[in-house]
Design a binder for this molecule. Sequence first.
Ligand code: HEC
Ligand code: HEC
Ligand code: HEC
Ligand code: HEC
Ligand code: HEC
Ligand code: HEC
Ligand code: HEC
Length: 390
Amino acid sequence: MIKTCLHAVVLLLLFAVVAATLLPRHDTAVMRQKVAPPRAFLGEADQLATAAACVDCHQEICDSHGNSPHALTLSRTDSENAAIAFDGKSWSPEGTEITLSWQLRNGLLEVRHSDRKRTWLTEWIFGSGRHARTPLITWTDQSGCTVSLEHCASAYAGGVLGPTLEMEQLPASDGMAALGSFRSHEQTVNCFGCHSGSVPVRNGRIQFDKVVAGVQCSRCHDRALQHAERMQQGLPLQMTSLSGITPEESINRCGECHRRPDELGGQLRPDDPILPRFAPVGLSQSVCFQQQSTVLDAAGNKVRFDCISCHDPHAETDPDWRFHTQVCRQCHNPDRPEHTLCSATATEDNCIRCHMPSVPAGAHLNFTNHWIRIPEEFSDAEALKSVLSQ
Ligand code: HEC
Ligand code: HEC
Ligand code: HEC
Ligand code: HEC
Ligand code: HEC
Ligand code: HEC
Ligand code: HEC
């Protein structure tokens, strides 16, 4: 036992090295990882700040964050209502005779496969439900490490059940493997790492009772607890302002989970199908992002352009295109003659539908292409005319 535990500790120490060769969930052949960013917050629980430590002084942000996709992106089946998306439902993958069905039993979600005698229990559901929810079945393997299986069925926005992304071909395998795709120990820790505040791992095992689900304040605000204490003691403010760091550093911080440009090796091509999934990679390739320092506002200050120009990390994304187009118009505006206007349409039009289109990924999911550029598909004048007339 001690031997296997030591083995697990060494594994963890080598975590960074190992991660470099990992194939994480959202992988394709195009993605060649060069670096190994820390995926999981493996630090001690006393470094973790949740809204409880901040609400006295930042009530509005805490309320908003509590209902945001970031906070709700991981749930236990016995707590939130995430399991309702599956409870009592069944689904037959297209072109198969199989039926998968789910039932909540004593706070755990039971998964049943029509061709199997035994059933499986799961405790964790990934995803806030704004886009998708996927159950993850976890257990301890022979060497004492936590591993998992990502379910082949997901619940999509609006409650419709369908295949999990990249699992459209149902695994034709025996036993448990028929329910989805196995995830190694490192991959499993990474799943929790990007979807929670803290993932304590001891001797290769995730300490599930101590996992704090959801992207919590301290994942983005370093040393937040120290700040809270200082403020309580009336000491001067010493907090890193996330609106004060450079745009590159800013998108790289989000990219710790949304993926950074330097994680994709080789030449990036605009038509790479993986790009819309990774907003920081796409945005960093845009001329608008790269040349932003050339644009000055009326007061002569640089117009800043990064993720938080359009997204409040403490809230859901504003679905109104007018809000986002307003951001484009900070720079592409007739009042700023030094900057280009659209040669295809008026400044009042919806820039997003052409320059940041929503791209389907599977039957039930869409991603937004964050590489702002001239759409190649409109090099055909007829195609452009037909879009303009819509
Ligand atoms: C005792 C009151 C108090 C507590 C508790 C507190 N803060 Fe603050 N915080 C302040 C004050 C005062 C400021 C400065 C004025 C402002 O931005 O509201 C501030 C500023 C900030 C800033 C902005 C820094 C900047 O310069 O842009 C962040 C980020 C922040 N706090 C995060 C947190 C987080 C996260 C927590 C919980 C772990 C927390 N605070 C707990 C009082 C507090
Ligand atoms: C610790 C990992 C992590 C970090 C850091 C992170 N995110 Fe996220 N983000 C996620 C996860 C996980 C989701 C999926 C939420 C869900 O389940 O719907 C998400 C979702 C989002 C969404 C989609 C929200 C919606 O309404 O659909 C936006 C936008 C977003 N993040 C922006 C940001 C920005 C901007 C930053 C940097 C300031 C950032 N994120 C940093 C993990 C992270
Ligand atoms: C490197 C960080 C990272 C890792 C590792 C990771 N995720 Fe995510 N996950 C994200 C981010 C960021 C989003 C939101 C944007 C997106 O969908 O890619 C997300 C979104 C999701 C969603 C919401 C639906 C969707 O596709 O938008 C589910 C479900 C999910 N992840 C499950 C998992 C599972 C299960 C694992 C492990 C097998 C995993 N994730 C590993 C960062 C990560
Ligand atoms: C996904 C990353 C992320 C998470 C999680 C997050 N923040 Fe922030 N926060 C940011 C960014 C980025 C900014 C800078 C935004 C800006 O200036 O518009 C910010 C700004 C702030 C500010 C200062 C801005 C203001 O309007 O006063 C406070 C205070 C703050 N956050 C508190 C919190 C608290 C409390 C939590 C947890 C309940 C939290 N944040 C969770 C990324 C995050
Ligand atoms: C010019 C505005 C703009 C900027 C800048 C921007 N986004 Fe978005 N983002 C959008 C719009 C518009 C959507 C789609 C919103 C909707 O569907 O309601 C979106 C959607 C998303 C989603 C949800 C999944 C998807 O692809 O639809 C994530 C995650 C996301 N953005 C992350 C980021 C991150 C991280 C950054 C910084 C690297 C960023 N965004 C910068 C406008 C922007
Ligand atoms: C911070 C300022 C800024 C913002 C915000 C901005 N852009 Fe740009 N954009 C630029 C600059 C600078 C260029 C390059 C020189 C020029 O055309 O003015 C550019 C170029 C472009 C181009 C030509 C790209 C190419 O490859 O030649 C398009 C298309 C474009 N922007 C669309 C948009 C859209 C749509 C938005 C909003 C989603 C937006 N921009 C937001 C500054 C910005
Ligand atoms: C119907 C699709 C469509 C919409 C909507 C649209 N554009 Fe364009 N945009 C194009 C096409 C196509 C081109 C390239 C035209 C060409 O090559 O002559 C273009 C070119 C541009 C350019 C580069 C111009 C140049 O001369 O280099 C900028 C900047 C731009 N658009 C910004 C915007 C902004 C900002 C909005 C929103 C106000 C917007 N576009 C709305 C399709 C669109």
